[in-house]
Ligand binder design. Structure first.
Ligand SMILES: *Cc1c(COP(=O)(O)O)cnc(C)c1O
Length: 356
């Protein structure tokens, strides 16, 4: 191996995606598979498309271009409002984009005209989480203008909850989204193909509700990647929690006291965590740090504890000496996975052979 890496088990990814496609399908809800945490990795995209996701969603145009260049064949959705400076790229690589700003819609229509394309739009509605979204009272005017723009088609509406303020998707806000869809259709005499109810945080609501209303799509990233829902980070039944593993290499392992000596002040990253004197332990250093990922999001193997992390050193307590050159595997949470996939120091290995 060369340095730190993320191991991706595509068999487990396929199994997670297929289970969620089946589960949501029972309620008439399709899955848009979200690829941003793996930067649009083409092998990941192909795997979830084969497992039945109907669209691929990503918040970054660079990732969608990467999938397109690799020949990934699926409908693509840009999940974040397009930057005005990127509209030309957006209409070329994305079939659909999620929008909230008339200024952006006008720029998109113009760019689509220049590229001789028609671009589909999902308008995002604000339902309380206070991230992106048009207020319900303003939606009619935006729809009215959109329908006059020659190169744009209104494909549907959507909302995003939980990500910024932790607002929980429930029967109240989901019913409101359904009502809004019906109102828009009645007012403008159109049909909305897509009513996208939210992200992995909607899975609790979906499991509990007796009426999904008009919601016919969810955009799932974390649930497919890590097999859990993001509101309480509970495992989802039947899904693999270990499709992704972060592997780091040991660079030092020594018997050391638990208590530092000398006068202590702040560490490289703020106040030191106080340590109680527990005598000597096996202290093992893995070459992973904050420049690679968010170390707080790593779950070490049983019997091993994370004691501290700086830019490049992950300090562990291990049950024994671990020789330099040996590796230790961790389970990443969403933040740690995002960091590791984005760090130039961490490589990616697809379908590693696993020890039995
Ligand atoms: C990232 C993102 C998602 C996916 O969220 P998960 O919690 O990973 O399922 C869905 N919708 C939008 C708008 C996003 O930005």
């Amino acid at each position: 191996m060369t340095g730190a890496r993320v191991d991706i088990d595509l068999g487990r990814v396929a199994s997670n995606a297929a289970a969620l496609v089946e589960l949501l399908g029972r309620s008439g809800v399709s899955v848009t598979g979200v690829t941003k945490a793996v930067l649009g990795l083409p092998a990941y995209a192909d795997t979830i498309v084969d497992a039945g996701v109907v669209r691929l969603g990503d918040s970054r145009v660079e990732n969608i271009e990467r999938m397109r260049c690799a020949g990934v064949d699926a409908t693509t959705v840009l999940l974040r409002s397009p930057m005005v400076s990127q509209v030309d790229r957006v209409v070329r690589c994305a079939d659909i984009s999620m929008n909230t700003e008339p200024t952006v819609l006008r720029a998109l229509s113009h760019a689509a005209g220049a590229a001789s394309k028609t671009h589909r739009v999902i308008l995002m509605v604000e339902l309380g989480d206070l991230r992106e979204g048009i207020a319900r009272a303003d939606l009619g005017a935006v729809v009215e203008e959109l329908l006059t723009l020659p190169r744009l088609v209104l494909a549907g509406i959507g909302t995003n909850l939980a990500c910024r303020s932790g607002t929980v998707p429930d029967d109240g806000n989901m019913a409101e989204l359904s009502t809004i869809a019906g109102d828009i259709e009645a007012e403008f005499g159109i049909t909305l193909d897509i009513v996208s109810g939210g992200n992995s945080a909607n899975l609790d609501w979906l499991a509990a509700t007796s009426d999904t209303g008009r919601v016919n799509d969810l955009r799932l990233g974390e649930a497919i990647l890590l097999g859990c829902e993001p509101l309480h980070r509970r495992p989802l039944p039947g899904l693999h929690l270990d499709a992704f593993t972060v592997v780091g290499e040991v660079v030092e392992s020594k018997r050391k006291p638990t208590a530092p000596w000398g006068a202590t002040a702040q560490t490289a990253f703020g106040p030191a965590t106080p340590s109680t004197d527990r005598g000597a332990i096996w202290q093992t250093i893995v070459a992973l740090g904050r420049q690679d990922l968010d170390p707080d999001g790593l779950t070490p193997p049983r019997g091993t504890t994370v004691l501290a992390a700086s830019s490049d050193h992950l300090v562990l307590e291990t049950p024994r000496r671990v020789s330099p050159g040996e590796t230790i595997a961790f389970r990443p949470d969403y933040a740690a996975l995002l960091g590791a996939m984005t760090s130039p120091f961490v490589t990616t290995r697809v379908n590693p052979r696993r020890a039995a």
